[in-house]
Design a protein around this ligand. Structure first.
Ligand SMILES: CC(C)(COP(=O)(O)OP(=O)(O)OC[C@H]1O[C@@H](n2cnc3c(N)ncnc32)[C@H](O)[C@@H]1OP(=O)(O)O)[C@@H](O)C(=O)NCCC(=O)NCCS
Length: 171
């Protein structure tokens, strides 16, 4: 059975580990310098950083469970600045990640729909996100869900730039 819930500080360890493993699984292979990869993972998914992120009032983390096992999560940032977005009531879907083992369940759509519903409840009207140009599965996923290409933005890992595109949707 699939369940999704809003994370609190009590979920810090689960989110830190889920965040680290899913990022490594989906992006780790194209970061050429493995020391940079480890540095990125250590810096971004530490307990301290994750706790700080959860407690930031602009952030909402949603954890997805399958038979009570945490298998994925999404991170929403309210009013995240983006010059290509006109709406003041925007939000950024900064992360949506499911563990590799559970991707065959095809549950990403359910998580995305849930986050869009919560965003509408928060009176937000536009969701935007960035995705690596070579992440074809994710790009197709967003396109299937009516996200539209509105620009480009580079993503930096330890000083090396990776080409991302910006997608957005009126929710
Ligand atoms: C991106 C991600 C969240 C998408 O979740 P998902 O579960 O793969 O997506 P969906 O729920 O849409 O399910 C995908 C499958 O359902 C199928 N599907 C979904 N909607 C469909 C529809 N309307 N009609 C037909 N098939 C459909 C897709 O074709 C796909 O099947 P396939 O794998 O056999 O091609 C997930 O793949 C993931 O976590 N990836 C790794 C992390 C990542 O890249 N995150 C994004 C970073 S920007």
């Amino acid at each position: 059975m699939v369940k999704i819930k809003l994370a609190t500080e009590a979920d810090t360890e689960v989110l830190a580990l889920l965040g680290r493993i899913t990022w490594d699984e989906s992006h780790g292979h194209y970061i050429e310098d493995k020391n940079n990869l480890i540095k990125y993972l250590n810096e971004n998914f530490s307990i301290a950083k994750t706790k700080e992120n959860i407690n930031n009032q602009k952030n909402f983390f949603y954890v997805m469970y399958v038979d009570k096992l945490p298998v994925g999560y999404a991170k929403l940032i309210v009013n995240a600045e983006q010059e290509r977005i006109d709406s003041k009531n925007n939000c950024r879907l900064e992360r949506i990640f499911i563990l590799d083992d559970f991707i065959p369940l095809k549950i990403g759509h359910q998580l995305l729909t849930y986050v869009e519903e919560r965003a509408r409840e928060l009176k937000l009207d536009t969701m935007w996100l960035t995705v690596y140009i070579k992440n074809i599965r994710a790009i197709k996923f967003y396109e299937r869900n009516q996200y539209i290409h509105i620009g480009e933005l580079n993503f930096s890992v330890s000083g090396k730039e990776y080409e991302n595109i910006i997608l957005s949707k009126k929710i």
